[in-house]
Write a protein that binds this ligand. Structure first.
Ligand SMILES: *Cc1c(COP(=O)(O)O)cnc(C)c1O
Length: 230
């Protein structure tokens, strides 16, 4: 019972998204290879995720442990897995040896659990609630620098970057201001020159707003609906 969007091949959608990325990069004076696409497969079947891999996508994202484990088990190929959803501490052990990136680090108790369970250092994004919406996870911008500083004691946590989810809106100015704030915070973290926090990445931009996110400095865009379907 697959929806209509499944009739369009992932490869076709990918081509369209790649040309949008190219245009956004050109506008911003950036190179397209500075931007990685994470195909968010949380809404779709194993078969559709397999199609994404075959279209050349390497980075896959899931927001629930069940979804990740099922696809991890059944897909052929070697995707790089990103955990993008809010993560309960008790679920860390289920996913920790299967993912390369966790995009949703937002509290010390979670850092503690990741550090305890990880077999090797793992790339984490600190999730920031830039827009301040009640419904969104993440630290408030003012908390970020001191939070990152407190992570120094965890040997297996590398802060590779910051992540945010912008509000669901068509208001371009609002979206842009969210992304700009995350970029600004990244600069603040980088200025501390913390060995455990190179913070070179910005995970921002989804189906509705990835072009704007790229213009504002995104290095990883997380695209579900527009790429593999909803
Ligand atoms: C679902 C999800 C996405 C992808 O959303 P689309 O709008 O379908 O592109 C990106 N990031 C996170 C954290 C998500 O949960």
């Amino acid at each position: 019972m697959e929806g209509r969007s499944f009739n369009v091949k992932v490869a076709e959608k990918l081509q369209d998204i790649q040309s949008q990325i190219q245009a956004a990069c050109q506008k911003a004076g950036r190179q397209p290879d500075e931007v990685k696409i994470i195909a968010v497969t949380k809404y779709v079947s194993v078969e559709r995720a397999q199609e994404a891999l075959e279209a050349g996508l390497i980075h896959l994202g899931e927001n629930r442990d069940e979804g990740l484990l099922e696809k991890w088990d059944k897909l052929t190929g070697e995707p790089v897995w990103h955990f993008i959803g809010s993560l309960q501490s008790r679920k860390v052990k289920n996913i920790i040896d299967k993912v390369s990136y966790i995009h949703s680090l937002d509290r010390l108790s979670l850092a503690n659990e990741i550090d305890k369970r990880a077999g090797k250092p793992i790339n984490c994004f600190v999730q920031v609630n830039v827009s301040g919406e009640e419904s969104k996870h993440g630290l408030s911008p003012e908390e970020v620098v001191s939070f990152v500083e407190q992570l120094a004691k965890y040997e297996k946590i590398v802060i590779c970057g910051l992540m945010t989810m912008a509000p669901l809106t068509d208001n371009e100015d609002l979206l842009r201001s969210c992304f700009k704030q995350l970029k600004q915070l990244q600069k603040e973290v980088q200025s501390k020159r913390l060995p455990h926090a190179p913070c070179t990445e910005l995970s921002m931009g989804m189906s509705n707003d990835y072009q704007i996110a790229i213009e504002e400095g995104a290095t990883m865009v997380r695209i579900g609906t527009a790429l593999v379907g909803e």
